[in-house]
Design a binder for this molecule. Sequence first.
Ligand code: NAD
Ligand code: WQD
Length: 347
Amino acid sequence: MTQILITGGAGFIGSHTCLVLLEAGHQLVVLDNFANSSPEALKRVARLAGPAAAGRLQVIEGDIRDPADLERAFAAGVAAGAPIQAVIHFAGLKAVGESVAEPLRYWDVNVTGSQQLLAAMVKHGCRTLVFSSSATLYGYPDSVPIPEAAPIRPINPYGHTKAAVERMLADLVASEAGWRIASLRYFNPVGAHPSGCIGEDPNGIPNNLFPFISQVAVGRREQVQVFGGDWPTPDGTGVRDYIHVMDLAEGHLAALEAMLAGGDQLLTLNLGSGQGHSVLEVIEAFAAACGHPIPYVMASRREGDAAITVADPAEAQRQLGWQTRRSLKDICCDGWLWQSSNPNGYG
Ligand code: NAD
Ligand code: WQD
């Protein structure tokens, strides 16, 4: 059993990962300021994990930018009988458009926040980290599927902050021995836990396709706008690599265990399925899952979009023995169960 600090553990990916880690027997301290999440998510994680496992989950409301809050999180591990041995760092801001409007807030939370976290880790002698990076780093890729060696060319402030943190991690690993870091570049995380009890609950109008479709399906919104029907793709709509959030959560467990078992390293891995699906394919798959058509209209292209982004996931398979197991159908069925059982999210 290992004591792990999970920053941003109440969020979409964090909550599903907390459940997988509890089920694997780990002890968790979650540090989250609930800027984009609800404490209810972790209450449900505790319920799903069962009473025995729930005793291994501590939740601390606090901000990764505040050294006093980080101290409280590290102290909580010690108080529970096991100092924190590893960190999974999800906390951050992730909305591309908002990052264009408020770049300083994004640099503050994503970059300064990561720097404060790393300083606290050094102070407490903890040098094992799994970091939430993003495929957004690749910008407009030269070719697909995209390997990890593809050029890093972010095209928005959000992407620049992720690139900056990856740079900071590389500098740290080069500066002293002892670091074991996995930087995971997620493609398009979607879906929900198959119980329908936890899932994605965005604030306001969803920026992303999948939660938008879900809200149309449940009657919260009228229709999906399809951003472009003239892309150079088989049906003219954008193609993405959608990864079930439970596959992603299991990828974190695999990366964490590899870091805990291995020597000094900086491992950078794509987490994706390697399969591309178009906007229209996702709309159709969701309609099949919910049992009624999803109204949509064709609209103009969204600024900053690429035609196709799909992961080359071979390195994650080689390094971690991990690959996605769930299909687009699973994604839509689980996403629909979550949305239909919780039409207003966590409420
Ligand atoms: P999310 O917003 O649901 O979760 C982020 C969590 O961090 C939230 O619970 C939020 O309250 C918390 N948080 C934000 N600022 C904080 C702060 N200053 N201190 C403490 N907690 C703070 O997002 P998510 O989809 O679960 O994403 C998790 C991570 O994965 C993020 O770093 C994101 O950039 C990255 N990522 C997400 C996607 C995606 O499409 N969802 C893709 C690639 C990478
Ligand atoms: C998917 C496809 C759209 C909404 C974003 C971030 C990226 C990463 C994952 C964090 C595209 C189309 C969308 C809609 C549509 N997040 N679309 N109508 O842009 O691939 O990636 O989330 O790291 O950084 O940029 O995801 O879900 O917004 O779009 O037609 O209402 O759906 O044009 O082809 P994207 P998305």
